[in-house]
Design a protein around this ligand. Structure first.
Ligand SMILES: Cc1ncc(COP(=O)(O)O)c(C=O)c1O
Length: 380
């Protein structure tokens, strides 16, 4: 089936965080990580059915939903999970915060690799944990873990490592070997891993996503995995995600922490989640293909037309991580925003001087945004 990702859909004045947070009739919004494409037809169809049914009582995830998730993990990653390991969540930022609050005690430490999606820096602090950061290092044009630095950073109070894989914003899909080495250090030091894998179905290159918990049962028992259909199928506003936790004690503590505070996902979120995982593989492959082309457009344009900006090609996600340090500006995001392109500021990711550009939009819009960035640089 053909899907039309070129179609430009106006999102201003729709209550969109991405397009209405900084109201501007002309600016192109490329910051928050959602896509400017409609969700897959099968998801829209199931949502229409829910609305036509018209009763919005309290919901439960159906047995079929758990089965589809179990099947997806088995088929895509060779990872066997049990239904009782699934803990439903209204969002993965919530899931991250729960991990920070349920593992260890107040004043213990949690580690994040930087640069990273801002909630990885905020969640430990919001949870009264001490945040430790370890910078990813660039080796042969690829961001990798600095395991020596990690070992030196760990103390007797380090209880949690929050990992983003595939990585937002650098787009790395960490290999089995890299993950194994990391997971072993965590086991040796009694550090639980919270592995946020929300971008795992948006792999653009010929590399495979490996869920951390699929490495071995010992590693699984030391890992909280966070997943959700929200990024891949563009339904983040429907608030439906889940944790997979095989270790009974870690799962019990996690669930205890949320009791009475969190609501479960709603009927629309559950239904969309089921349709996404069950019926939308064809659409997913098509959107990944479109995103891969957009990534090339961004990469080629930056290389050819936007010096002194530069970027490494990410292997996954629809986010480009752009090094703007050569501009020597304290606020490069503000500079490009004046030229009509709203980008995320690397400072929020722990990397001032960088920018994050969301290229999940029709290619015509992407080209116009890149052209505006070029014009901004020419006016310097
Ligand atoms: C790594 C990562 N985790 C979590 C989220 C947000 O998840 P949610 O909307 O389910 O809270 C994002 C959104 O960009 C993300 O990139």
């Amino acid at each position: 089936m053909e899907y039309d990702f070129d179609k430009i859909i106006e999102r201003r004045n729709t209550g969109s965080l991405k397009w209405d947070r900084y109201p501007d009739d002309k600016a192109i919004s490329m910051w928050v990580a959602d896509m400017d494409f409609q969700a897959p037809p099968a998801v829209l169809e199931t949502l229409r059915k829910c609305v036509d049914y018209g009763i919005f009582g309290y919901s439960l995830p159906t047995k079929e939903l758990a089965e589809v998730i179990i099947q997806t993990m088995e088929q895509k990653y060779g990872w066997s999970i049990e239904p009782e390991w699934i803990v439903w969540l209204p969002g993965l930022v919530t899931g991250l915060n729960l991990a920070c609050r349920s593992v260890g005690d107040v004043d213990d430490e949690a580690i994040s690799f930087t640069p990273v999606y801002p909630p990885f820096l905020a969640a430990p602090v919001q949870s009264k944990r001490t945040l430790l950061t370890v910078p990813l290092m660039l080796r042969d044009g690829q961001y990798v873990f600095d395991l020596e630095k990690l070992k030196k950073t760990i103390t007797g109070k380090t209880r949690l490592l929050i990992l983003c894989n595939p990585h937002n914003p650098v787009g790395r899909v960490f290999s089995r070997e890299e993950l194994l080495a990391l997971a072993e250090i965590c086991l040796e030091n009694d550090i639980v891993i919270c592995s946020d894998e929300i971008h795992c179905e948006l792999v653009l290159d010929e590399v495979k996503h490996v869920p951390t918990a699929s490495l071995s049962s010992e590693i699984a028992d030391n890992t909280i995995t966070l997943m959700s259909p929200s990024k891949t199928y563009n339904i983040p506003g429907l608030g439906c995600g889940f944790a997979i936790i095989s270790n009974e004690k870690i799962r019990r503590d996690y669930v205890e922490t949320e009791k009475g505070i969190l609501s479960t996902p709603n009927a629309l979120g559950y239904s969309a989640c089921l349709a996404a995982y069950r019926d939308c593989e064809d659409w997913r492959l098509a959107v990944v293909d479109y995103l891969r082309k957009n990534r090339e457009v961004v990469y080629d344009f930056i290389k050819g037309e936007l010096a002194p900006l530069s970027m490494q090609k990410g292997q996954a996600t629809y986010l480009a991580w752009i090094d703007a340090r050569k501009l020597g500006m304290s606020n490069p995001a503000g500079f490009f925003s004046k030229g009509g392109v709203i980008l995320s500021d690397g400072k929020d990711f722990g990397a001032p001087g960088f920018l994050r550009l969301n290229f999940a939009c029709p290619q015509e819009v992407l080209r116009e945004a890149l052209y505006r960035m070029k014009q901004s640089l020419e006016r310097l």
